[in-house]
Design a protein around this ligand. Sequence first.
Ligand code: BGC
Length: 744
Amino acid sequence: MSTASYSRFQIVVSSWIRACRSVARRAVAPLALVLAPIGMLHAQQPAKPSIQPWMALGLTPDARAALVLGEMTLDEKIAMVHGAEWEHNIWVNGGAKPVPTEMVSGAAGYVPGVKRLGVPAIQMVDAALGVTRGGYAGRYSTVLPSAISGAAGWDARMSYEYGALVGRELKDAGFNMSLGGGVNLDREPRNGRNFEYKGEDPILAGTLVGAEIRGLQAQGVIGDIKHFAANDQETLRTSVNVVIDERSMRETELLAFEIGIRDARPSAVMCSYNKVNGPWACDSPHLLTDVLKKDFGFEGFVLSDWKATHSTAVAANAGLDMEMPDGGHFGAPLKAAVEGGTVPAARLDDMVRRILRAEFTAGLFDHAAAPRVTDVFAGLAFAQRAAEQGTVLLKNDGGLLPLQPAKLRSVVLIGGHADVGVLAGGGSALVDPPGGSAVPTPTPRSPVYDPSSPLLALWERMPGVDVRYVSGDDPAAAAVAARAADLAIVFGVQPSREDTDLTSLALPDGQDALIAAVAAANPHTVVVLETGGAATMPWVAKTPAILEIWYPGIRGAEALAQVLLGKVNPAGKLPITFPRSEADLPRPVLTSLTDKSPVVTYNEGLRIGYKWYEAEGKTPLFPFGHGLSYTHFTYSGLHVDPRGASVAFDVRNAGKVDGAEISQVYVSLPADAGEPPKRLVAWAKTQLAAGETKHVELPIDPLYLSIFDVAAKRWRTVGGKYVFRVGGSSADTPLNATATLAAK
Ligand code: BGC
């Protein structure tokens, strides 16, 4: 080092040291230890502090947060625990209200920073399926396939990439916090937000949301997991009291959160609108403090859903750390509560410390926002790959699929606006597609169609085949067109959105009659479903091939075409059960929908999804874990570790084309455990060339073999015989073997 640069170095170091010494009285032990020897060397150097002590490298986020907190005034602390502005307020005021200059355009929430201390503002945006509100802000982001499509891939690596892409695009747009990570379980198949979630199984959903948030947070943004908890229907979501026993709650939806939090350590949890066993979720000390912060060891901050804060002292003392989107309770009222002693100052400090810690963990103090043009091409490529992997081939009688263009002269596409687009789910998770909806949206609640045209995608890929479209508005005309074609592809669409539930699982607007008419006119009929969850299918026996593509995103049509033509062999499996009819559901009628009852009792308890149908002996339309391929797989050689720590088996591609199989491991617990017939505990997606066999070994997490003991407030293993079942779906487990486990 030259003399000149050495002395510059000395000045910087010594000013840094002086700044640190000014806070040394706050007794931050690790920092003080580091500083002591250097401080002695340079104590005489006079200099103005140029680096704030919390910017010292090597300190933990907790130590850095403590240093900042020590400098903050009461007003600064209060300003950090609630939102300051909400772009919605600006829209409803017709633009009359000035936008805070610092707030990123299109933000769903904004918490200002503290400039004098260098605390960055938090810029939040919904980003469950991609970065939202692009239309308003005039920016582009990738419209990813819906979360349930992601779950149908059963692929944690894919979920990681999904989260990473969203994290990158968030940053590109200038945001630093996502409001994604929805993991409410599909307990109510009519829930309008099921498309935002990851299915009905807590272990699958929890694992996938954990991987997604890990991918997201790895980009240097704050990740969120939501809606905590039991927000499993939209009907009366802001008033309903969800009643559920503790064990069922811990082993179902809370387990999904527990796994997601364990695997990803998200920096934020959003508490939900509803009440849970009495108190509002955002007022519940049991949920927010006992379960989340103590049992799950959650170190981040809890923010309320938008306008889901109901109190000041009750919520703050229960464990809520941030009110969103404004400060009706956590602004002036919280200041008064702290001054009056109803909220301890230490509790306010804890709230602020958690938020600062999240900012440090995400690197927000260390890296300034660096907006840039999103990598559109990478986004499109990933969106297509994800949609392909999320496609589930439900039925394929007689090997109607894949299509063989050489043998086809004409194909007709019918209904579902398949000439121009694919359906998207509505509400705060909606990602505005480039160019706007492919189908006009006369009202703000009209379904949006992403401009990805099945007609064009197929037409481009089948030169020489006459590919055309009829709307399906007239079933008789559609039947005529179907009869005239070699093959018909009829689209069944089920729009769903936030803040409302489906009134029925039947496809709306006469589509069942349309599909039946088309199938009757042409035995070579393929049904393509675009739904946010399960649908009933009165025509199922008459249609040889059915594909579920969910809401498949901006490359949905291209992904569909690749699967239809066999360029991609479908491998997705259902992350939910499709019931035969609503009569088979635990609640055949969504009670709150009819009687406006503000109470919903989940008395199916542990028996959620496939566990319900199996316990009740009801055969579903398509079982959880089901999904076909253009090849088929066989299983052999199951070996279970005597302590239940792992399983191993062989899976063989017994067909003529390459493909991937998602093998599933279920376990039946000893009768004493009082559990449903079986539960998913592990799975693996294995790529297999035609004729190839692979040996699959899977560790089993002991947590997944346990039950929650409410009296002892802990997970425990029930001693006895455990039956491990392996196969390609919950209804098809050809291998089984037992292990006898000791009580623990
Ligand atoms: C939704 C949340 C969302 C928030 C902000 C609420 O209505 O329930 O999921 O993050 O709005 O847009």
